[in-house]
Design a binder for this molecule. Structure first.
Ligand SMILES: Nc1ncnc2c1ncn2[C@@H]1O[C@H](COP(=O)(O)OP(=O)(O)OP(=O)(O)O)[C@@H](O)[C@H]1O
Ligand SMILES: [Mg+2]
Length: 284
């Protein structure tokens, strides 16, 4: 059993917390609704901060589930990612600490639902987020929770990110929607962000007793090969209860199978990160 909140994690004097020039950025993205994007963003961010990473979760969804799921009271917000996108404030002006040591959140507000239309006529509308991230930010990782659509907010995330984490629920139409996302990522890579890639595809709400789950998982692994994370996230009621307490599942019930799966996912993600870093070095 992993112990994410051991006394050695998140020590502000630890070497792992030294300020780096630029954080690595992930967008948790799938235009399909309810596939586990927010749950993944919250729990992956929590598990990564538990092993000493400084993580900023950026909530880009007007629904604000990542913000409330981390205990932010949205009614009391005076500034949010909306103001950041429109260049009114620096992203650090909206960042809040969470109850998880090492994990901060840049909350969304309902105003973000209007941002889509307001951005259409804005200059450099696709680059707003990339510009917001261009200052020195004291994090190892930024994880963005995207809305369930391929709108301008998601486009901003794809332009600003290094890599995309794609949660996928194993159901009948899952792959159909995925090909649309993959085409969008290719288009963004070609026109805006040449180094954009898919970090991994994550099978969520996995039900091993369901034959359809197994069939879809097989198809996904055949199509995406080793891009699919070995870790799968089981369907687990404790995971779905946690947000109503404003807590990540990993804090709400660290021992539940869903929390354990996210802890495994974080170590798989970080292992993949080390490999990718070595590959980038070798290519340089
Ligand atoms: N592993 C899991 N086991 C059980 N329930 C889960 C699991 N993961 C997510 N859920 C529940 O499924 C619902 C959808 O999850 P979530 O909000 O993370 O998806 P989403 O892709 O962010 O949705 P949206 O597209 O609306 O933003 C939520 O009620 C969540 O609590
Ligand atoms: Mg969501």
């Amino acid at each position: 059993m992993h112990k994410p909140f051991s006394s050695t994690s998140n020590n502000s004097t630890s070497g792992a917390l030294t300020v780096k020039s630029r954080p690595r950025i992930f967008a948790v993205c799938n235009q399909k609704g309810g596939v586990g994007k927010t749950t993944t963003a919250i729990n992956l961010a929590t598990a990564m901060s538990a092993v000493g990473m400084r993580v900023l979760l950026v909530d880009l969804d007007p629904q604000g589930n990542a913000s409330t799921g981390l205990g932010v009271r949205r009614s009391s917000l005076s500034k949010s990612m909306y103001n950041v996108l429109f260049g009114e404030v620096n992203i650090m002006d909206v960042v809040q600490e969470t109850r998880v040591p090492g994990l901060s959140v840049a909350p969304s507000s309902i105003h973000l639902s209007g941002a889509e239309i307001e951005l259409v006529t804005s200059e450099r509308r696709e680059y707003r987020l990339r510009e917001a991230f261009s200052t020195n930010l004291p994090y190892d990782y930024i994880i963005m929770d995207c809305p369930p659509s391929l709108n301008l907010l998601t486009l901003n995330a794809l332009v600003a990110t290094d890599s995309v984490v794609v949660p996928l629920q194993c159901e009948f139409y899952a792959l159909e929607g995925l090909s649309h996302l993959v085409k969008t990522i290719e288009r963004v890579r070609k026109h805006y962000n040449p180094s954009l890639d898919i970090h991994g595809v994550l099978l969520t709400m996995y039900d091993k007793r369901n034959n359809l789950t197994a069939m879809v998982a097989e198809d996904v692994r055949e199509y995406f090969g080793d891009k699919v994370y070995k870790t799968v996230i089981p369907r687990n009621v404790r995971v779905s209860e946690a947000p109503s307490y404003g807590l990540p599942a990993i804090v709400y019930d660290m021992r539940c199978p869903g929390a354990q799966a996210y802890i495994h996912l974080a170590s798989e993600v970080l292992k993949r990160e080390r490999r990718l870093k070595a590959e980038r070095r070798a290519a340089a």
